[in-house]
Design a binder for this molecule. Structure first.
Ligand code: SF4
Length: 111
């Protein structure tokens, strides 16, 4: 009886851990900022700052070559030099933006 109970406990523990892990993955993926979101668009958000031509869109006029989410004060990890591909942006309610993204609310990290 005790052995069966341990087996059941272990199976439930492993199943629970797997479920939590997959929920975390789904939540992370679900938190990525959609560049087609109307507010993101109004802020000139792009997932790849290398496509920005400051003359092509009035929301991109403030863009300076080399600026990107990974160098923005509002990007979680910019202060620590995180190498993560995505991190939370506090300006967009902690939705995740890519390190190479950009929007017109860019705030350069103070050095
Ligand atoms: S506020 Fe900063 S981190 Fe957020 S999208 Fe704009 S440039 Fe990227």
């Amino acid at each position: 009886m005790t052995i069966v109970s341990r087996r059941v406990f272990m199976m439930k523990t492993v199943a629970g851990a797997a479920a939590l892990s997959s929920m975390h993955t789904l939540q992370a993926a679900g938190n990525k900022l959609d560049p087609n979101d109307s507010y993101a668009k109004s802020m000139g958000f792009v997932t790849d700052a290398s496509v920005i031509d400051p003359k092509a869109n009035r929301n991109w006029r403030k863009f300076k070559t080399g600026s990107a989410c990974s160098k923005c004060q509002l990007w979680d990890g910019s202060e620590t030099g995180s190498k993560a591909e995505y991190a939370a942006c506090s300006f967009f309610g902690d939705q995740w933006t890519p390190r190479g993204g950009w929007c017109k609310n860019f705030k350069v990290v103070k050095s």
